[in-house]
Ligand binder design. Structure first.
Ligand code: DQA
Length: 146
């Protein structure tokens, strides 16, 4: 059984009401439910969100310890958290895939969002497809496995 952790950083629990012109109208509970139900045969998908950097780092350590594949939306941590980057590097250097995901396209937004300190250690990046970015990331980890 392959375990996929879909991890989400700060403010993503506010989806649906947070800047809907940027992030869309899908609420966090709707997204979490849809992703939890998206497990293919032989997979389990666990969806989590935190506003806490240390909790997110703990979950990345857990991914290493349980050999889980990871889909990660680091949210604002993307742009400045070297601690999250180092934890992501632990996952990918263990040979596990980690796809960095963004709902919006950060490169088409404010300049501070053009930098990701995560991308250089992620397996790949998917951004700009709304909440469908998550489903594309799930497809990517499956194709890599096949
Ligand atoms: C985001 C983009 C980030 O710049 C922002 O801080 C977020 C969400 C996205 O999914 O588009 O919180 O990661």
């Amino acid at each position: 059984m392959t375990r996929i952790l879909v991890l989400n950083g700060p403010n993503l629990s506010r989806l649906g009401t947070r800047e809907p012109d940027v992030y869309g109208l899908t609420t966090w509970p709707e997204l979490a439910e849809a992703l939890s139900k998206a497990a293919a045969k032989g997979e389990t998908i666990e969806v989590r969100q935190t506003d806490d950097e240390s909790e997110l780092i703990g979950w990345l350590h857990e991914a290493v310890d349980t050999s889980s594949e990871v889909v990660l939306n680091p949210a604002a941590f993307t742009h400045y958290s070297y601690a999250v980057r180092d934890a992501v590097a632990l996952v990918t250097s263990a040979g596990l895939p980690l796809i960095e995901v963004h709902i919006s396209n950060p490169h088409a937004r404010e300049e501070f969002r053009h930098t990701s300190v995560i991308s250089g250690v992620a397996t790949g990046v998917i951004a700009g497809f709304g909440v469908n970015s998550y489903h594309l990331a799930l497809a990517a980890v499956r194709q890599r496995r096949a």
